[in-house]
Design a binder for this molecule. Sequence first.
Ligand SMILES: [Zn+2]
Length: 144
Amino acid sequence: MLADALVSAGVVIAGILIATTGALWIDPVTSLIVAGLIFIATADMARESMTMALAGVPRSIDPDAVEAHLQRLPGVERVHDLHIWPMSTTETVLTAHLVMPGGHPSDAFLGDARQALHDAFGIGHVTLQVETGGGTACSGCEGE
Ligand SMILES: [Zn+2]
């Protein structure tokens, strides 16, 4: 935003200088400076989005299908804070919060859920946080 404002201000100042001095070379020089600034600003953004893209949900996994799957598990009322990302090119990690008003499930439930996510989606590392929904286990987490 600040960079945009500075560029706009620079263009206005360049315009005034050209109008008052008649020095036309100011125009291409201003253009080059602005182009340089835009390049610097977007190079940063490109790097950031590349990093995010690389840590994004692997293309072979449909996050909506995973969420629907978790939602269908017995005792699960809601799912939130679902994150799926690659740990490497072959290993995928998942974390999610399961709201289970009936209380904490057994280890067998967690084991079954983990196995099912592995078999159905190829997700090998699963961390599930169980909440009963009444308290403040994660007030402020997304979808709460
Ligand atoms: Zn939560």
